[in-house]
Design a protein around this ligand. Structure first.
Ligand SMILES: [Zn+2]
Ligand SMILES: [Zn+2]
Length: 108
């Protein structure tokens, strides 16, 4: 195993380029890549920089799942759609544990 000490990030830029070349025809991904936050994150990854995920979880934990406040891992992986009286329709970024905690809070 001594010769298997490669940096796991080695070649990440090339792999990302290949990924985008292959999937740039996919409409949903093309749209996602137009988001400057996504682009900045991907480009920083390709340069070998570590950045926090640019879409932190926006869950109102103490309100949305008061029984499970400490569960948030801050990295939004999905969004939840709300129709609010004040703001109209909004998509709130949620991390996986918060999405699960909200679900549990609402069905129990
Ligand atoms: Zn939460
Ligand atoms: Zn969260």
């Amino acid at each position: 195993m001594a010769d298997d000490q490669r940096d796991p990030r080695a070649g990440l830029g090339e792999r990302l380029q290949a990924f985008f070349a292959e999937f740039s025809a996919t409409a949903s991904l093309a749209r996602a890549l137009q988001d400057p936050n996504v682009r900045a994150y991907v480009e920083a990854l390709a340069r070998g920089e570590a950045l926090p995920w640019p879409r932190p979880c926006h869950c109102l934990c103490t309100v949305a799942h008061p029984g499970d406040k400490g569960t948030c891992d801050m990295e939004a992986v999905t969004t939840r759609h709300y129709d609010t009286e004040l703001l109209g329709p909004v998509d709130v970024p949620l991390c996986a544990p918060c999405a699960a905690a909200q679900f549990i809070a609402e069905v129990t």
